[in-house]
Design a protein around this ligand. Structure first.
Ligand code: NAD
Ligand code: UDP
Length: 313
């Protein structure tokens, strides 16, 4: 059955993939974005589609629409972008959640929140299961994002308990792929762009910190499975690839796969940068029958192809 689906942050990296997939599955898609980090280029191929609509709007303000489902992705996700205007970041997470939850309540829509592994902060439990409550600074430079996302989770569960809104909360671990902004500032896009330009690879800290990277197609599959899961399964559920790599390993892989002449240069580690990150995906396997299918080498090759196209074009 054709559904009318709202994707906030739909012109961003993950949102553009999600809009494309939902349209291809025969749905009507409304993409809402204020273009803070998103880009019309990411969805330009979708604009002529008769079942695609684009709305320029800021989720900090309420909006009235008739929809069946809402994917709430609107929020800058890379540290340089969410730290650029930290007050706006918290407002986007918190007021955005309230406005989208009010909309879901009004039109009885099901709503999914794009939460994050950042709710675990710099984790003392490894790998991180959903039951781990996290180790987050409330005052550091990452707090605007981490605490904003934590408060959004709280609002989702309170709207569910208080008003019966049908909610889904997904905790996304580091994701990469095509349609990342080359100036995004996240590690995968930075390293690939630097390698393709034969510029120095900027390693923050000594490069022994770890992350677990998932390819964007795996994430989108997880989001769609969660949205269509049984009503009494709300999450939060981790969606990420358990393959864990140090940033030095990542840099070496990128240099090898691009055949680059780049050298690694070391820069100070930003404040509160988590030392390690790996999802425990037992719950996603059990409830969604989901697990990642694309390993880091395969995903990096696809992403390098994409960046070659935009850097040379
Ligand atoms: P992105 O920056 O590419 O996309 C975010 C989109 O939201 C952009 O199009 C931006 O213009 C839009 N936006 C920002 N503030 C807005 C506002 N106030 N009103 C309307 N639109 C607004 O980031 P992404 O990687 O695509 O992330 C999408 C979502 O997934 C975010 O909520 C992010 O927190 C979450 N997430 C992503 C990752 C990841 O690794 N990519 C990891 C964890 C969580
Ligand atoms: N990082 C790095 N060089 C860069 C960008 C990031 O070494 O050019 C490091 C960063 O300090 C962190 C890791 O890579 O330890 C992942 O950073 P990213 O911003 O992609 O994601 P997050 O820290 O939010 O997980």
């Amino acid at each position: 059955m054709k559904k009318r689906i709202l994707v906030t942050g739909g012109a961003g990296f993950v949102g553009s993939h999600l809009c494309r997939r939902l349209l291809n599955e025969g749905n009507e898609v409304i993409c809402l974005d204020n273009f803070f980090t998103g880009n019309k280029e990411n969805i330009i191929d979708l604009l002529p589609h008769p079942y695609f609509e684009l709305i320029r709007h800021d989720v900090q303000k309420p909006i009235l629409l008739e929809v069946d489902e809402i994917y709430n992705l609107a929020c800058p996700a890379s540290p340089p972008h969410y730290q650029f205007d930290p007050v706006a970041t918290t407002r986007t997470s918190v007021l955005g959640a309230i406005n989208m939850l009010d909309l879901a309540k009004k039109c009885k829509a099901k709503i999914l929140q794009a939460s994050t592994s950042e709710v675990y902060g710099d984790p003392e439990v490894h790998p991180q299961p959903e039951s781990y409550r996290g180790s987050v600074s409330t005052t550091g430079i990452r707090a605007c994002y981490d605490e904003g996302k934590r408060c959004a989770e709280t609002l989702f569960f309170d709207y569910h308990r208080q008003y019966g809104v049908k909610i889904k909360v997904i905790r996304i671990f580091n994701t990469y792929g095509s349609y990342m902004n080359p100036n995004d500032g996240r590690v995968v896009s930075n390293f690939i762009v630097q390698a393709l330009r034969n510029e120095d690879i900027t390693m923050y800290g000594d490069g022994t910190q770890t992350r677990s990277f998932q390819y964007v197609d795996d994430l989108v599959e997880g989001m769609i499975r969660l949205m269509s899961s049984r009503d009494d399964f709300t999450g939060p559920v981790n969606i990420g690839n358990p393959g864990e790599f140090t940033m030095l390993e990542l840099a070496r892989k990128v240099i090898e796969l691009t055949g680059s002449a780049s050298q690694i240069t070391f820069k100070p580690l930003p404040q509160d940068d988590p030392l390690q990150r790996q999802p425990d995906i037992t719950l996603a396997k059990q409830e969604l029958h989901w697990e990642p299918t694309i390993n880091l080498d395969e995903g990096l090759k696809k992403t390098i192809q994409y960046f070659k196209g935009i850097i040379n074009g």
